[in-house]
Write a protein that binds this ligand. Structure first.
Ligand SMILES: Nc1nc2c(ncn2[C@@H]2O[C@H](COP(=O)(O)OP(=O)(O)OP(=O)(O)O)[C@@H](O)[C@H]2O)c(=O)[nH]1
Ligand SMILES: [Mg+2]
Length: 279
């Protein structure tokens, strides 16, 4: 049977290890992508939040629409979570660190874990927190494979591997792939994912904005035809001048996920997704 969800062994091991560790922790910081703060929630955070404080950091603030990020921050704060939005490449973690260190028990260092789904910036946040580039960071999901402790000023911080929920709806995994948080080649191939993204963006003016970055215009056509034009524009050609649709999808998703096509927010707080049922 073809696998439709990316859930390698290191995720299951990481989740087990985090569960074992959670008793020892004073605080967990969950990193979510500011472009889709609902869809990028961690499967572990809900379980652990019943007995440990979980704070939220919306990373990649620079790639999301500012007004939407403000609405998400209010949403999380109204639910009782402490929440910050950050461009982790620029740091500016003083308010977060000051608040975290206030949770430090008098007799020992603060024990904190950074959790979240893949590629949201957990290791980058940890490095910012300890003031050293100790944890490996990278642009593809699955860089951190195990659970490791790092020492900061007055704190011990755990970096953990990105963990997705294998039981989430397939559409959630597709959206995570658009954001670079799931492995596209495992969950259906770049052509179909690229077409899905064209279709999704086509429901609003987001597609016009994305195409604009390549000097292209929107036309009345199928998603496949748009992706083909993108591929042609980017020179994703095979012999005979035909477009390599898999490569076109890959380049489109990479450009989108790394912010080359501008700022986007894919969901609003409280929005019901098409695959979710009314309560
Ligand atoms: N533009 C932008 N890029 C960011 C930000 N935070 C992280 N990144 C980028 O996101 C990518 C992933 O960062 P990591 O820190 O490795 O993410 P991770 O969550 O530890 O990923 P895994 O270990 O694979 O689960 C890197 O290419 C970072 O440069 C941010 O706030 N803004
Ligand atoms: Mg990491």
């Amino acid at each position: 049977m073809t696998r439709t969800v990316w859930y390698p062994g290191h995720m299951a091991r990481g989740l087990r290890k985090l569960r074992e560790l959670s008793e020892k922790l004073d605080l967990l910081v969950e990193v979510r992508d500011a472009r889709a703060p609902g869809l990028t929630g961690s499967p572990f955070s809900e379980q652990v939040s019943r007995f440990r404080p979980v704070w939220i950091v919306l990373s990649k603030k620079d790639l999301a629409v500012d007004e939407a990020t403000e609405r998400w921050l209010s949403f999380f704060r109204e639910k009782g979570s402490r929440a910050w939005a950050l461009d982790l490449r620029r740091g500016n973690l003083d308010p977060l660190m000051r608040a975290a260190l206030r949770m430090r028990p008098v007799h020992r260092e603060l024990r904190l874990a950074v959790i979240g789904i893949p590629n949201v910036g957990k290791s980058m946040l940890l490095n910012d927190m300890i003031g050293k580039n100790s944890a490996p960071v990278g642009g593809i999901p699955g860089i951190t494979r195990g659970v490791s402790w790092y020492k900061g000023k007055g704190c011990l911080i755990v970096d953990s591997p990105g963990i997705v929920d294998p039981k989430s709806h397939r559409e959630v995994h597709r959206r995570l792939a658009w954001l670079g948080s799931s492995k596209s080649d495992v969950i259906g191939g770049y052509e179909s994912l690229g077409e899905g993204l064209v279709e999704f963006l086509g429901g609003s003016s987001m597609l016009d904005r994305a195409l604009e970055a390549w000097g292209m215009e929107r036309k009345e056509e199928t998603a496949s035809a748009t992706l083909e034009r993108i591929g042609s524009r980017l020179g994703c050609l095979v012999r005979g001048g035909e477009v390599n649709m898999d490569l076109a999808g890959r380049r489109f998703i990479e450009s989108f996920s790394t912010g080359k096509l501008g700022r986007f927010t894919l969901e609003e707080p409280g929005e019901l997704q098409p695959w979710e049922e009314e309560p």
